[in-house]
Design a protein around this ligand. Structure first.
Ligand code: C2O
Ligand code: CU
Length: 543
């Protein structure tokens, strides 16, 4: 047999271990190193080792990130223009098109962008415009698809009618090339959200389609010296500056016999070799000593987890995905998985004229694969003049009304990874691969406890559409669960390898078939999506 079993299983990015796996797909193997029943039996093989299909396999390390010297570039993201003079209604237009971006200085990278259809400039960038509205606003956004493939916009974390959720055929078809669609919904639950396609998301998001969406409280918030919206991303560029990855984002490649095979990207998701803040690689951001800044951060990367730390500074966390915290907490590191958001206050305590790096630290999200070193995301540069008097951090807390966890879960979602269909690694939910799934069932108004059981050996950021939830307890798979003391409003939660997480949620208003999935886009597109059919409680109809 010409193809090695290793290549057959995983494609070129996987190295098999030992000596014999190569050419004997059907042979009994008595080499203990190669056969396994448990993940830890493979750990001696070093970083990237795993037990899959009864064999030890090993992945290559993640791509090495290139961090150039800091650049003095403006990173603020312009707001989407509202053409409606009525403050209670926001009318905007997003044009989705192909355009070149300059990621590396002087190098053109073909990409996809959201452009403000009402802006007077043709300048394009990724992330897309900042949608910035007050809660209660009626939002109407017309999306014009000028790509030559279908797309949708999913308003991540927003609570809106199912028709406006941007999931293809749930129930509306995606926006065909040359067509447009107007999304209409009311802005609820002040926080930072974001928007991205839900069609070929692994490709379209990586190519630049995402933008921030801020919903502000109707009562004015305490003033800070500066507010920054920071969209963190990474992108995988080849030597010519083109976005790359196996088949440009495909999680698989097709073998001679027609089978789909897994790649590194398919296994771990596509990690990039450039880190972006609001589309800029390593910006230098001027700050003033003595000020207090509010940073609202979203991770829009396909797969990278950012473990953020700021040299000589701490973060005071005041809000999470979908709302403020009841009690602020001060931390030195923040782990932000794909699609999660965090709202933090940063006291600018550095010396006049000094600088400080915001870095992402090595984080092992499973299979012992982590970046080798810290990578700098942005550099703060303290101005030479001191501000006086120093500001103090405002109180942005708000009570979180606690939902009650029930003793027995109403909904159970098991996460699995397994070899399926001749060598592809399938990431499944309840042993089903999207789109062949059996919906969970619920009704509006019901407060339900969900249990997420991660039977894999890597972290999966689980995202639920159409509602927000509170994580109530967590613990090792099969072991005792420990109550979570601080309740937060979340729409995505990281479930660690071999961990159980429980959360409580209520679909308050909108019936429909709501998606849930791993927000590593390559996992979602590779099967790790499911849905819950929420019926209206009042009229008994099923939607
Ligand atoms: Cu941000 Cu269904 O995703
Ligand atoms: Cu996943």
């Amino acid at each position: 047999m010409g193809t090695s079993l290793c290549a057959l299983f995983f494609g070129a990015s996987f190295a098999c271990t030992g000596t014999d796996l190569g050419n004997d797909a059907g042979r009994d193997d008595d080499d203990e190193l190669l056969t396994c029943t448990e993940e830890h039996e493979c750990h001696d093989l070093g970083p990237g080792a795993m037990c899959m299909g009864g064999r030890c396999m090993r992945m290559d390390p993640p791509p090495v990130v290139v961090v150039p010297d800091p650049r003095d570039v403006e990173i603020d993201i312009a707001p989407l223009i509202d053409t409606n003079p009525d403050p209670a209604v926001f009318d905007g237009t997003l044009i989705v098109e192909s355009a070149p971006l300059e990621i590396d200085v002087g190098v053109s990278t073909p990409a996809f962008v959201y452009r403000d259809g009402n802006a007077l400039t043709d300048a394009v960038r990724s992330p897309g415009p900042r949608i910035d509205v007050v809660e209660g606003t009626l939002v109407r956004i017309t999306v014009v698809n000028d790509l030559d493939e279908p797309t949708t916009v999913h308003w991540h974390g927003l609570i809106l009618p199912i028709e406006m959720d941007g999931v293809p055929d749930m129930p509306l078809p995606p926006i065909a090339p040359g067509e447009s669609f107007t999304y209409v919904f009311e802005a609820k639950n002040p926080a930072l959200y974001w928007y991205h396609p839900h069609f070929r998301s692994d490709v379209q998001n990586e190519r630049g389609l995402h933008g921030p969406f801020v919903i502000r409280p109707s009562v004015a918030e305490p003033v800070v010296d500066a507010e920054r919206i920071l969209v963190l991303d990474d992108i995988l560029l080849d030597d010519d500056g083109a976005i790359t990855g196996p088949e440009e984002g495909s999680s698989h490649h097709v073998a001679d016999d027609g089978e789909l095979l897994m790649t590194w990207v398919g296994m771990m998701g596509r990690q990039g070799n450039r880190l972006l803040v609001n589309g800029v690689v390593h910006p230098r951001v001027p700050v003033k000593r003595g000020t207090v800044e509010r940073w609202r951060i979203v991770n829009s990367a396909n797969a990278r987890f950012f473990l953020l730390a700021l040299d000589g500074h701490t973060f005071t966390v005041v809000g999470s995905d979908a709302g403020p915290l009841a009690n602020a907490r001060t931390v030195e590191e923040i782990l932000l998985a794909p699609s999660e958001r965090v709202d933090v206050l940063v006291e600018m305590t550095g010396a006049v004229g000094s600088s400080a790096s915001l870095v992402t630290r090595p984080h092992d999200r499973g299979h012992n694969i982590a970046d080798p070193v810290d990578y700098t995301v942005l550099t703060l540069a303290y101005d030479d003049d001191e501000k006086s008097p120093a500001s103090t951090a405002p109180d942005l807390s708000a009570p979180v009304q606690e939902l009650v966890e029930s003793a027995a879960p109403h909904q159970i979602v098991q996460m699995n990874e397994e070899l399926v269909r001749g060598g592809r690694v399938g990431f499944s939910l309840n042993e089903e691969l999207w789109p062949d799934v059996t919906p969970l069932l619920s009704t509006t108004g019901a407060t339900e406890t969900w249990e997420l059981e991660n039977r894999t050996h890597m972290e999966h950021p689980f995202h639920l559409h159409g509602t927000r939830f509170q994580v109530t307890s967590r613990g090792p798979l099969g072991g005792p669960l420990v109550p979570v003391v601080e309740r937060e409003w979340k729409d995505t939660v990281v479930v660690e390898g071999e961990e159980t997480v429980r959360f409580v949620t209520t679909y308050e208003e909108y019936p429909g078939h709501w998606m849930f999935h791993c927000h590593i886009f390559e996992h979602g597109e590779n099967g790790m999506m499911g849905m819950i059919e929420v019926s209206g409680s009042d009229d008994g109809t099923t939607h």
